[in-house]
Every structure is written in structure tokens, then in C-alpha cells.
Design a protein around this ligand. Structure first.
Ligand code: SF4
Length: 347
């Protein structure tokens, strides 16, 4: 406890917890039991820790808190997508989504409250960035969404994408710590290659991922294939030009085994033409990646609209004819504002 504020117990490593419990007169091995409850068993109350004595549970209660997130609103879309608002211990709201398909259950999680990058097409970008999420707040989203996959669709969670609210690479340490717990034997033990972190393109941090030899996949929110157009919709491009980002991605590919994807939202009268596809092809020749062409979901500000379906098909076919794997992703969860770019805590 620091000056009367109880410590968030999940901010402690196992060795730190051992020291704290020893200071409180407990045997160090008790820390292993508590740690297992906190992570592997995802307990959100000390009272759930049924193999601990009542007095130890009371001691924990007096000295620590578990800053668990709470589900405040849960909506199920006609296409079975589930979106929830989660309330953080300090009252802020974030959102997470379960995207079910026939063979996959994908959790889309947030990494920050709001976002500082102000991408013009994104509802989150219209909110200010309030704070970074802690590793346990990210972990809790995965646990809740994993439970919905089991309860609603009787399927295990298969994939995780960091594509919710916030720029994950601007919350680098906490995102990596959360992934360590999601993949760790002391946590959810999920496979790293089922995790994709999505970035708006921060070259320096992409290089750091490479130097840290991470084992997960990376997606670049590309959305425009030249600097002039990208500057118009993603201000981050002004300080991280496409060439700098592509160099960083090439470095990432050379140092890790992670797969690379370019996310490309197709906007009407902006980036849907064959001339755009040609520029995108040049990018793929420089740094190869799979392309997801995403249908745009208007966010009510009238700035952009959905690209023409025929043009999207021509765009995709052009890329495929030229040897690039390109998939068109139709929107999911549009009716509950859960689709890509729509997360903004309307509730
Ligand atoms: S698209 Fe991502 S990086 Fe851009 S404003 Fe939205 S949440 Fe932030």
C-alpha cells in the first residue's frame, strides 16, 4: 500500500508478490497460489480464491485491489458479432468485440482509452486520448470475450487482434506485457501466431518490435498508397512517411517470423481506383504482405462514404492478377457500431 492507496495486485510480478506476502507474515509459496488465481483462473474477487484461508483473503483485501474491468453493456448483432462496453476502475469506458465466423472466434481488443492519432475516418480518433490501458485491463477484455465465445457459440477463442480503441504501439510496454500473459503458461496459454497487433504506422516502434523479436503478427493500417493521400486521412503519416514505415516493416520481416498484413479501407472517390491499386501493388513489391480490403462503415460525420462494390471487386482482382493475396472483408457488427473504425463509446 502506498500512502493509503491499495496496490493493484496484478501490477506485481510473482517475485514481487512473494516479497510483499512475506512482509505481511505469509509463507512465500502462498504467492504462487494467489498468482494462479489472478491470472490463470482470472479471479476478480479475493473471495473467489477458495483454497486460501479466510485470514489470508482478508489480508489481501486490506492491502491490495484487483482493478478488474466490468461489462456495462453488451450487444449482439444480427450477424452474431458481440460488442461490449467495459468500465474501468476509474470510470472510463472502452469497447471490445467478439467476431465469430464459421471457423474462427476473434477478439478485437482496445489498448488505450481514446486515441491521440486523429485518423479522419475513425470514431475513436474523434475522442481525445485519456490514458493507456494496463496489461490486466487488456487481459480482462480477452477473458470476457473468450467467455462469450464459449457461452454463445460453444467455441474456443482462436484469434486476438489489437484493432480496437487506441494505437497499441503508443502503449508499447503494457501491450507486450498483456501478450506475455495471454500467451504464457501462467496465463491463457494462447499461441502467439494467433495474435495480430495493428498499427497506424510508427516506424520507430515497429523497429523496436523487430529488435525485441516479438512472435506475434503485425498489421499496418495503410488505407492510402501514397504520402499525399495518406497525409489527408492519417496525420501520423506526416511524421512517419510511407518510405520510413516500409523500411521499418522490411526490418520487422527480416527479424521476426510474424506475418504482415496491410489493412486498406476503401473509400468512395478517394482510394478505390485502379491507379490506387497500382500504387498498392508497388508497395507490396517492396514489402510483401497480405491485403485486407475493408468495407468502410460511415461514422455519421459525412466525411467519407463506402466505396463502390464493383470498384472494390475490380481493385481486388487487379491485385490478385498481379500475384498479391487480397481479401475483401465485408463489415461485421455494423448494426451495433462494432465494425472497424466505429468504436467510440456511444453508450
Ligand atoms: S484508426 Fe486507430 S490509430 Fe487511427 S484514430 Fe482510430 S484508433 Fe487511433
Amino acid at each position: 500500500m502506498i500512502s493509503g492507496i491499495p496496490t493493484d495486485i496484478r501490477s506485481l510480478t510473482l517475485p514481487e508478490l512473494k516479497i510483499k506476502l512475506t512482509e505481511l507474515g505469509e509463507k512465500p509459496f502462498r504467492a504462487n497460489q494467489v498468482y494462479e488465481w489472478l491470472w490463470k483462473k482470472s479471479a476478480h474477487q479475493f473471495d473467489e480464491m477458495s483454497n486460501l484461508s479466510k485470514s489470508l483473503r482478508q489480508t489481501l483485501q486490506q492491502h491490495f485491489v484487483i482493478n478488474a474491468i466490468q461489462v456495462v453493456d453488451k450487444q449482439v448483432s444480427a450477424d452474431r458479432t458481440i460488442k461490449s462496453s467495459f468500465k474501468l476502475h476509474d470510470g472510463h469506458l472502452i469497447e471490445g468485440v467478439l467476431i465469430p465466423t464459421e471457423d474462427r472466434m476473434t477478439a478485437c481488443v482496445s489498448s488505450q482509452v481514446g486515441c491521440s492519432l486523429t485518423c479522419k475516418f475513425c470514431a475513436t480518433g474523434k475522442m481525445e486520448r485519456i490514458r493507456n490501458l494496463t496489461p490486466d485491463e487488456i487481459y480482462d477484455q480477452v477473458v470476457h470475450i473468450r467467455n462469450w465465445a464459449n457461452q454463445h457459440y460453444q467455441m474456443p477463442l482462436t484469434n486476438i487482434v489489437f484493432m480496437g480503441m487506441g494505437e497499441p504501439l503508443l502503449n508499447y510496454n503494457n501491450v507486450l506485457k498483456s501478450i506475455e500473459k495471454i500467451t504464457g503458461e501462467d496465463g491463457l496459454h494462447m499461441a502467439s501466431d494467433r495474435i495480430t497487433v495493428s498499427t497506424a504506422g510508427i516506424a520507430k516502434m515497429i523497429k523496436k518490435l523487430a529488435d525485441d523479436e516479438v512472435k506475434f503478427n503485425l498489421a499496418l493500417s495503410l488505407h492510402a498508397a501514397n504520402d499525399t493521400k495518406r497525409n489527408q486521412i492519417m496525420p501520423i503519416n506526416e511524421s512517419n512517411s510511407l518510405d520510413e514505415v516500409l523500411d521499418a516493416l522490411a526490418y520487422f520481416k527480416s527479424k521476426t517470423k510474424g506475418k504482415l498484413t496491410y489493412e486498406y479501407i476503401a473509400f468512395r472517390n478517394f482510394n478505390e481506383d485502379i491507379t490506387d491499386a497500382r500504387e498498392l501493388l508497388a508497395i507490396c513489391k517492396k514489402v510483401p504482405a497480405k491485403i485486407n480490403i475493408i468495407e468502410y462503415n460511415p461514422i455519421g460525420d459525412g466525411l467519407f462514404s463506402k466505396a463502390d462494390s464493383t470498384k472494390i471487386d475490380q481493385f481486388q482482382k487487379y491485385l490478385e492478377r498481379n500475384g498479391v493475396v487480397a481479401t475483401v472483408r465485408r463489415s461485421r457488427g455494423k448494426d451495433i457500431d462494432a465494425a472497424c473504425g466505429q468504436l467510440a463509446n456511444k453508450s
